[in-house]
Design a protein around this ligand. Structure first.
Ligand code: EPU
Length: 359
């Protein structure tokens, strides 16, 4: 942890009389993971106020149990029941905390629904998050894997993250540098994973707004709407929603965790050899000279798009998304993922790294 971090008092907890809601043994997690796996937690507790957290962890029933914080459950593959305490992050609240000539600073509690929060910022006249519309999950999950889509990563708008250390109950403020964001990665996905629970995130939304509409699918959608020069964030928001609806399955209708693999980044030498064999390969040169490949294209080329192994399947419209057609368990999805990884490795010599966490 960096020396710049300071322990801070609560800013979002408005509760004078916090109360933990306890569930007895065998709490069903089906509605708390977007794959819709039928798994249970030994014990679960709904955290509505920051003070609930300390109370829950100090409760004798929690003693010695492993803990897992769940927001929307959009980045997790449960392969078995969770034999521990699940903390359901239901911290709520969003507000403008500060405004200067250059930007609005908006804080949202971790349990807020991400898409509803993005819509709220636009309705309040504060653009800047519209490219990230319709991403499933909660505000608290956003920094963990640095959510990104259509030319924007959450890291670019993150001012600070307030997180509570599970072992001590102490709250810390992380600025964007402390979060150590990378592509679908952060401190909270690595070293901080079992150590901190995110309580809130503060976003910096610059007032000098310009449409970020260069991403191919988004530019096409805007052009089709006669909006090649999008002048309102709402137009970008609507176009992003339309593109996502056309390509990505709604977890409420078809269980999934978004992209199941990261887009792999390979070195220039490996890319030069690959492009000779596979001239059509979809690639994005990186600032450091390496090259990012479109994993969806690699999987598609291996013939996996729309294919299934039992009830675990590859989505028909985006090969990067694995889906639960109904009744699949975590291991069914992982078996499918291993088969895809093996085929991509054999044909392209490229390793696909899984994005969601397996438990
Ligand atoms: N492609 C195919 N076949 C497919 C899927 C993609 O040929 O089945 C090709 C496309 O034609 C395109 C390229 O691969 O040329 C990239 O596809 P797309 O624009 O759909 O984006 P992606 O790289 O597959 C990433 C993110 C998505 C994000 C989109 C849009 C990752 C791992 N995924 O997907 O994020 O929505 O870009 O920005 O970076 C997520 O993380 O859960 C997620 C959905």
């Amino acid at each position: 942890m960096s020396a710049s971090l300071v322990s801070v008092a609560s800013t979002t907890d408005s509760s004078a009389n916090p109360s933990s809601v306890w569930f007895t043994a065998g709490y069903a997690l089906r509605a708390h993971n977007t794959f819709g796996f039928d798994v249970r937690a030994r014990l679960a507790c709904r955290i509505e106020h920051e003070a609930d957290l300390t109370k829950a962890l100090a409760d004798p029933r929690a003693a010695g149990l492993p803990t897992l914080v769940l927001g929307g459950g959009s980045n997790v593959v449960f392969t078995r029941d969770f034999d521990g305490l699940v903390l359901l992050n239901a911290l709520a609240g969003k507000r403008l905390v500060h405004e200067d000539d250059e930007a609005w600073y908006v804080e949202a509690a971790a349990g807020e629904n991400w898409h509803d929060f993005v819509a709220w910022t636009l309705e309040a006249g504060m653009p800047g998050l519209e490219n990230l519309a319709l991403i499933p999950g909660t505000v608290g999950a956003a920094p963990i894997q640095n959510i990104g889509a259509y030319g924007l990563e959450m890291a670019e708008r993150c001012a600070r993250v307030r997180a509570i250390e599970l072992a001590t109950g102490t709250a810390y403020e992380f600025d964007a540098a402390d979060c150590d964001f990378g592509y679908r990665d952060s401190f909270f996905k690595r070293e901080g994973r079992e150590r901190f629970v995110i309580a809130s995130v503060t976003f910096r939304l610059p007032k000098a707004w310009r449409a970020n509409a260069g991403y191919a699918d988004l530019a096409r959608e805007l052009a089709q709407r006669g909006l090649s020069q999008a002048r309102h964030a709402r137009d970008v928001f609507d176009a992003v929603v339309a593109v996502r609806r056309a390509k990505l399955p709604d977890p409420l209708e078809l269980g999934n965790a978004g992209s199941f693999f990261k887009n792999p980044v390979i070195d220039a030498e490996q890319f030069d050899a690959l492009v000779v064999r596979e001239p059509q390969v979809v690639s994005y040169p990186q600032a450091d000279g390496r090259v990012k490949l479109a994993a969806g294209w690699l999987i598609d080329q291996c013939g996996w798009k729309g294919r299934a192994l039992g009830t675990a399947a590859v989505h028909e419209r985006q090969a990067l998304v694995l889906v639960n057609r109904g009744g699949a368990c975590g291991n069914d999805i992982l078996d499918l993922a291993r088969a895809i990884q093996a085929d991509v490795r054999t044909r392209f010599g490229v390793e696909l790294e899984q994005e969601p966490i397996s438990l």
